[in-house]
Design a binder for this molecule. Structure first.
Ligand SMILES: [Mg+2]
Length: 255
């Protein structure tokens, strides 16, 4: 049991609130399954066509026009679909592919077909921390836009309003102490008032160097940690005890 007395908790997503495998077992296959239909149905839309400029570069061309711009639309679409699937197959981390995947995921979340995974006790724990007056924020390598999509569409509904802030790698890498100092500066708070939870020791070391309290998240599917005894460890958010800091005032209850 960890008794937390501070102002706020900063959370990692993958391996902490949610399973690492969700991205690989659900999100990537979803994008693969819907890629062809997405390209055909959204052809000509600005968000798709701007992504195809990057996809063309990743396919080795200067731009979309020189790649397949002179061919009939149907052939262009088939060329794009084949290249998209090829890059997905090789697990490319290319800009164009990421943009296309993002568009397909957004559609999936918006339609309710895709719902983000959370470990069982996470929604109730987040709500009870929130109600006790603890501020909650996210720090993830996924973009802030993707984080909001993720927590706005979880298996337990829309949890976005529990969070008062989001950080991604635009503030710096998760293994650098400077990033956590920048977050504290943004918070305008003393380092000791914040707890950072993650499954990655190098991230905890960086946060600790910046003055954060830290805890190691140990969840099914996480990578083994060589020396977990260097950190307080959690297998469930229920292991964090938070005293009521609202001093009798009732905090607005989340939906
Ligand atoms: Mg993680």
């Amino acid at each position: 049991m960890i008794s937390f007395q501070g102002h706020g908790i900063l959370l990692d997503i993958e391996g902490t609130t949610s399973s690492v495998s969700f991205v690989y077992d659900v999100m990537f296959p979803f994008a693969r399954t819907h890629a062809a239909d997405y390209v055909r149905e959204h052809w000509g839309e600005e968000s798709l066509m701007s992504g195809l400029e990057f996809l063309a570069k990743d396919a080795g061309f200067n731009d979309f026009q020189s790649w397949c711009g002179d061919r009939p639309t149907e052939q262009q679409q088939e060329t794009v679909i084949a290249e998209t699937l090829r890059q997905m197959e090789s697990d490319a981390k290319a800009t164009g592919l990421k943009q296309l995947q993002g568009l397909i995921w957004k559609l999936g979340f918006d339609s309710g077909e895709l719902k983000s995974h959370l470990f069982d006790e996470v929604p109730s724990a987040l709500k009870s921390w929130y109600q006790a007056g603890v501020e909650l924020r996210i720090y993830s390598s996924g973009s802030i836009g993707a984080q909001k999509l993720f927590f706005g569409n979880t298996i337990a509904g829309n949890l976005l309003e529990l969070f008062s802030g989001h950080y991604d790698t635009t503030i710096g890498g998760k293994k650098e102490a400077a990033s956590y100092r920048a977050i504290l500066q943004d918070l305008g708070d003393d380092p000791g008032q914040w707890l950072f939870i993650s499954d990655i020791p190098a991230e905890l070391d960086a946060a600790r160097e910046a003055g954060f309290q830290v805890a190691l998240s140990q969840r099914p599917g996480n990578a083994d940690v060589t020396d977990p005894s260097r950190y307080p460890c959690l297998t469930s958010f229920d292991q964090i005890e938070v005293p009521d800091q609202t001093h009798g005032e009732t905090r607005r209850s989340p939906a």
